[in-house]
Design a binder for this molecule. Structure first.
Ligand code: SF4
Ligand code: SF4
Length: 524
């Protein structure tokens, strides 16, 4: 087998025998020894006879049998899996006391009342700019992760990765690790295989069903909805969404797996455009690994004072890869940077008494530095990382300030469109408005209303005058809409006068304001 002397050479060598070898290694149908007798694939030369012959337009997906692996990155992945799935499945059952007139669920998307509750925060529809802020922070955090350590989002945190990891674990429980699974698949249909397959699909469907079930619990009081679902009393939409999410989870995590990352997800393409040469990536340190060869061959070469790399070509890094790629071929869009090949290779290095880290989070720049005898420098603080952090801090700061200073009452005004004004029989000009008052507290409150900016005018809140004053009674966590008329007796007001509406809480004096205009005919 030809050795890989550099990444560039490896990546363009895909038309030769090497490509066929790696494809077969990925398919896991052959052992390293068998790889040596694989024939060269047919020529792709357009002038050649085979062109347009049987060459398929799309590569057939080789079935991947990822092998179990132990090590530091595997432990990190387990920890992330437990924490993220734990958060997802249990959060709807967390309680949060907001008082007697508000829901007691800590995280709730209350669509009928158009509210989003997150512990002590309650977001109203007109405050969805918080969501914009959160999306900006999430995007910048993703860019920052990418600038520091490539696709660590994909390798550890992405839901597709987490659920695929869980489904692959179930597959190993039921069908065995890579070797047993391969043998069973080759062994044809037996009663045991059918039973194992049945158990696998039953467990997959159970997890998928729980996933869909947990999702709908974010949209209603979770304990009540669970009871209603069990008693078949829940709304049809709940059953529908559980069905849709069960099907998509089963399909995406059970069958499509790495194909979602390779063909469906846009992030690898965006990520490739955003990365730079200083970002850490899972890297095969070819400066150390090449020329590769078996332990025996390497010992002979070394005994004769010849150079031999540390890679013993055992393909363990390929066998554990959940996307079935060979990291030794260089950067690859299919690599989700999960680090499992690092664990596999470190275990091999430990067995043969060579230092760990032949595959590691590294950069091509540092490999070049080592080859040229320069010290390795990792630059985590760069213009782009500083910029991402600055944006995150700025947006988080603005959101926190807005949250801390948000008012417990708001007022919004809509001026009548038609007619814009009315001239009364005594010559006065009247404007009409629709005013909406929001009470964001969980207790009933009374408000009163006044205006400034138009001296000598009369304010009337239709049907709400009481004891010579306006009392606007608004229920807990509710809004109230009313008609407001302003009549100006100045007879010759300007065509447009800025005015301000002032809302006061009768009990506490808390206030809110909103601006609008008083319109009049030009020329009085
Ligand atoms: S090459 Fe390594 S880091 Fe990349 S996906 Fe495969 S196992 Fe994970
Ligand atoms: S696991 Fe390490 S030694 Fe084995 S083939 Fe991969 S890089 Fe080489």
């Amino acid at each position: 087998m030809a050795n890989v002397s550099s990444h560039a050479t490896t990546q363009i060598a895909c038309k030769d025998a090497e490509c066929g070898l790696f494809a077969l290694a990925r398919s896991a149908e052959v052992t390293p020894a068998e790889l040596k007798v694989v024939a060269v694939p047919p020529s792709l030369d357009p002038a050649g006879d085979e062109w347009l012959g049987d060459t398929p337009l799309y590569e057939v997906r080789p079935k991947i049998y990822p092998q179990r692996v132990h090590g530091f990155y595997r432990r990190v992945k387990w920890a992330v899996l437990y924490v993220t799935l734990g958060i997802y499945y249990l959060t709807p059952f967390l309680r949060w006391d907001r008082g007697p007139n508000a829901p007691g669920q800590a995280v709730l998307i209350d669509l009928p009342n158009r509210r989003f509750y997150f512990f002590f925060i309650e977001i109203w529809p007109q405050e969805f700019y918080y969501l914009t802020g959160l999306l900006i922070i999430a995007s910048m955090a993703l860019f920052l992760m990418n600038a520091l350590a490539g696709r660590i989002w994909c390798g550890y945190l992405c839901p597709q990765t987490v659920w695929t990891d869980l489904f692959q674990t179930i597959e190993r429980w039921t069908e065995g690790d890579r070797r047993e699974h391969l043998l069973r698949d080759r062994g044809g249909w037996t009663a045991e295989r059918i039973a194992r397959l049945g158990a696998k699909h039953f467990l997959w469907l159970t997890v998928a069903w729980w996933t869909g079930g947990a999702w709908v619990l974010y949209f209603a009081d979770a304990p009540t909805l669970v009871r209603d679902l069990a008693a078949l009393n829940a709304p049809l939409a709940a059953y529908l969404w559980i069905g849709i999410l069960t099907a998509t989870t089963y399909l995406l995590a059970g069958f499509m797996r790495e194909q979602v990352c390779l063909y469906m997800c846009p992030w690898p393409r965006i990520q490739a455009a955003l990365t730079d040469e200083h970002a850490l990536n899972v890297t095969y340190r070819y400066d150390r690994g090449e020329p590769r060869g078996s332990v025996k061959k390497s010992a002979v070469l070394r005994a004769h004072g010849l150079r031999s790399g540390d890679c013993v070509d055992c393909l363990q890094c390929v066998h554990v890869c959940p996307t079935g790629i060979d990291i030794r071929q260089g950067p690859n869009l299919g690599c989700i940077q999960c680090g499992l090949c690092i664990d596999a290779c470190d275990a091999v290095m430990a067995k043969i008494g060579r230092p760990a880290g032949l595959i590691a989070y590294d950069t091509d720049l540092s490999i070049k530095d080592r080859e040229e005898g320069r010290p390795t420098i990792y630059r985590f603080v760069r213009m782009r990382t500083a910029l991402y952090v600055a944006i995150i801090v700025a947006v988080a700061g603005v959101m926190t300030f807005a949250l801390v200073t948000r008012e417990a009452q708001t007022i919004s005004i809509i001026h009548d469109r038609n007619p814009i004004f009315v001239r009364l029989s005594d010559g006065a000009i009247r404007n009409g408005y629709t005013v909406r008052v929001a009470n964001k507290r969980t207790e009933r409150r009374e408000f009163t209303l006044s205006i400034s900016g138009l001296d000598g005018s009369l304010l009337d809140v239709v049907q709400m005058r009481e004891d010579g004053r306006f009392v606007i009674d608004v229920g807990p966590d509710q809004t109230r809409e009313m008609r407001v008329l302003i009549t100006d007796y100045g007879y010759t007001p300007p065509p447009s006068t800025p005015i301000t509406f002032h809302l006061y809480d009768v009990a506490t004096g808390e206030r809110a304001s909103a601006g609008d205009h008083f319109r009049a005919p030009a020329g009085g």
